[in-house]
Design a protein around this ligand. Structure first.
Ligand code: PHE
Length: 338
């Protein structure tokens, strides 16, 4: 083995490397996984114990030599490259590929902007929630049948931890920590134990809104939502259909009149011209009481919408899964949107 090592040392002393290509070949020959140096080290175990130390030191010295050869040449070649680049200062700069915003972020920001302009602030909360903030405080006590409306991913029982099924949990936290008047929107990711298909996913994004003050009535809710639909969709015909949510009373579903001008309009509105956009209602007094808000003095409204649904509508995306696949051919189409 000594002979072999001496051969390599002699070779290294005479080595000549002309360019970056040769340097790479040299690097691979000596220090890649299957290179000479790992090979020599692996042969150490076959030689008698009393020689091991001396041979080991020699292999190490080869290794050091190889490293210093690589480092010295690297500097030289890199310098050459950068000198070439600086020769012609009038050369156009290299093209820098800019990223683009994700369509969900684009739509989320649009919605946030609309509400910021009319005096709402933004509140955020944890995605891992306790039972109180996600259900009980929202007028959904244990064993309440409406809990089944949102299939839940539970993390633990006692203490109860779960993945929030809506950002209404953030509204509870906000009411617990702030005095009315409250005007806040809560964007964020939510989770539901649902099958994944073109139309549904086990997680999605929501924006929920909450307004609590003296004398807030259903008229304020309707007017705020009308303003929102005009700003976001440019549509001004809406209707509120009676619905049910445990945390609002009365509750409603907001539909907008989308129109029936194109074939696509027929498809997305199922031939009716109307589209369901969000759920809303007047905050149930039980919810206010749970957050220690005086129901004699204050009332309020709340609403909640899924950002994916709106994004798919605005950009005519057929399959929700394309929003999460991160296929650049899809995402690049949004590089001009802000
Ligand atoms: N939290 C409801 C949901 O996720 C939406 C909603 C919010 C409905 C506020 C009414 C009022 O489905």
């Amino acid at each position: 083995m000594n002979k072999e090592i001496n051969k390599y040392l002699a070779e290294l002393n005479k080595i000549k490397i002309k360019d970056a290509n040769e340097l790479e070949k040299f690097r691979i020959k000596y220090i890649s996984k299957k290179g000479i140096i790992p090979l020599l080290f692996s042969q150490l175990k076959n030689i008698p114990n009393n020689e091991k130390k001396e041979v080991g030191l020699k292999i190490n010295s080869i290794k050091e030599k190889v490293k210093s050869i690589i480092n010295n040449h690297k500097e030289k070649f890199v310098k050459n490259i950068s000198n070439d680049n600086f020769e012609d200062l009038t050369k156009p700069a290299d093209f820098i590929k800019l990223g683009s915003k994700h369509p969900i972020s684009i739509v989320k920001n649009k919605i946030i902007d609309i509400f910021l302009k009319i005096g709402f602030d933004i509140s955020e909360g944890p995605e891992i929630e306790d039972d109180w903030h996600n259900f009980t405080a929202l007028n959904l006590p244990e064993h309440h049948p409406a809990r089944d409306m949102q299939d839940t991913f539970y993390i633990s029982k006692n203490p109860d931890w779960l993945l929030r099924t809506h950002t209404s949990s953030v509204q509870i936290r906000h009411m617990e920590n702030n005095e009315p008047p409250i005007r806040t929107i809560s964007p964020g990711r939510v989770y539901r134990n649902e099958d994944i298909s073109a139309r549904s996913h086990c997680f999605f994004h929501q924006i929920e809104g909450l307004y609590i003050d003296k004398n807030v009535s259903f008229v304020d809710l309707k007017q705020t939502l009308l303003h929102f639909t005009k700003e976001l969709f440019g549509k001004s015909k809406i209707r509120l259909r009676p619905s049910y949510f445990p945390f609002t009373e009365p509750s409603a579903e907001l539909d907008i009149y989308w129109g029936l001008e194109t074939e696509a309009d027929y498809r997305i509105t199922k031939g009716t011209g109307w589209l369901e956009i969000l759920g809303c209602g007047m905050v149930d007094p039980n919810v206010l009481k749970n957050c220690k808000i005086d129901t004699e003095k204050f009332s309020g409204f709340a609403f909640g919408l899924g950002i994916e649904r709106i994004t798919m509508l605005l950009y005519q995306i057929e399959d929700i899964r394309t929003l999460y696949e991160n296929d650049l051919r899809f995402l690049n189409q949004f590089s001009r949107s802000v």
